[in-house]
Design a protein around this ligand. Structure first.
Ligand code: FES
Length: 296
């Protein structure tokens, strides 16, 4: 009997020794994973703050996330109870024994966490470092757009010119003609293309100043900003080729078909002393599609 008892004791010691070795090996893996995550997150912060390099940033972000993930998974597998427990549903209220068992298990878990305080600190450090790195991309939102989305190159007295910079007189346009013009000095600026149209129509319903039957509308569709390039002279309609929004030229470019909800902004125009077309101011509203601080 005493021989058996001796033998049992030897086997138990062997299990404990094996369990202890496995446990400390697991701790090392978790600590290493969290340490890698911290270093990678700090590396990401440094690379971003000195100007950024997408491949390195991706590598560091991947390492930080992988470190946290590996650490959490190994921790859960090695140090958390993982046996499956099933229980018949009988009484919902816990018995005294169950309350006692829960309290003991909770306190054992607390002790477990306290014993592994280094891992807890490293885990929190990894999450904190990743959070710090995540703050930096806010800088990438860039400067505020200011009035850049609302103003164009037009102002009072600025000539309307072709893309080659040539100014235009009313006699340059025969009835039914449309020419794309820009503010002088801002040729080819993306927000400024303007359709200068001699409608030949006798009656115009417009909100801005015109020269006879010549009107000027922004060329940028008010749906999502495609160039409105098709002018149907007979019907006096402007068509956007992207989603077929249709604007009524003689009625202030009001949309009469398609997804655009606003008329094309009209540029107020007049003539300067030499008889060339000039703007009498900027467009009265932002050109192009809607954006966040517009009603529609
Ligand atoms: S962009 Fe013109 S209809 Fe959509």
């Amino acid at each position: 009997m005493s021989g058996n008892g001796h033998s049992d004791t030897q086997v138990d010691d062997g299990h404990e020794a094996a369990g202890g070795t496995e446990s400390s090996g697991g701790e090392r893996v978790v600590a290493l994973a969290f340490a890698v995550a911290i270093l990678a997150a700090l590396g990401l912060t440094v690379v971003y703050s000195v100007g950024g390099q997408p491949q390195l940033e991706g590598l560091f972000l991947g390492l930080a996330l992988a470190g946290i993930g590996v650490g959490a998974v190994v921790w859960a597998q090695r140090f958390m109870p993982n046996e499956e427990v099933t229980e018949d549903r009988i009484e919902l209220a816990s018995t005294d024994d169950e309350v006692l068992a829960f309290t003991q298990a909770f306190e054992a878990g607390e002790e477990n966490l306290e014993r592994r305080s280094l891992l807890v600190k490293l885990g929190l450090g990894a999450l904190g470092a990743l959070g710090l790195a995540a703050v930096f991309p806010i800088r990438s939102l860039g400067p505020r757009p200011g009035r850049g989305l609302k103003d164009t190159g037009y102002a009072e007295g600025v000539r309307l010119v072709t893309v080659q910079g040539a100014p235009l007189r009313p006699e340059s346009l025969s009835p039914g003609t449309v020419v794309t013009v820009w503010p002088e000095g801002h040729e080819n600026e993306a927000d400024s293309p303007t359709l200068l149209i001699r409608t030949g129509a006798g009656k115009l319903e417009l909100r801005q100043a015109t020269v006879d039957d010549v009107v000027a509308y922004s060329k940028l569709c008010t749906h999502t900003g495609c160039p409105v390039g098709l002018y149907q002279v007979q019907e006096q309609l402007l068509l956007c080729p992207c989603h077929q929004s249709t604007f009524d030229v003689v009625d202030g470019a009001e949309p009469i078909f398609g997804p655009a909800a606003r008329p094309l902004p009209q540029l107020p125009i007049g003539l300067d002393a030499q008889g060339f077309f000039v703007a009498l101011g900027d467009f009265p509203e932002p050109v192009g599609g809607g954006f966040w601080d517009r009603g529609r």
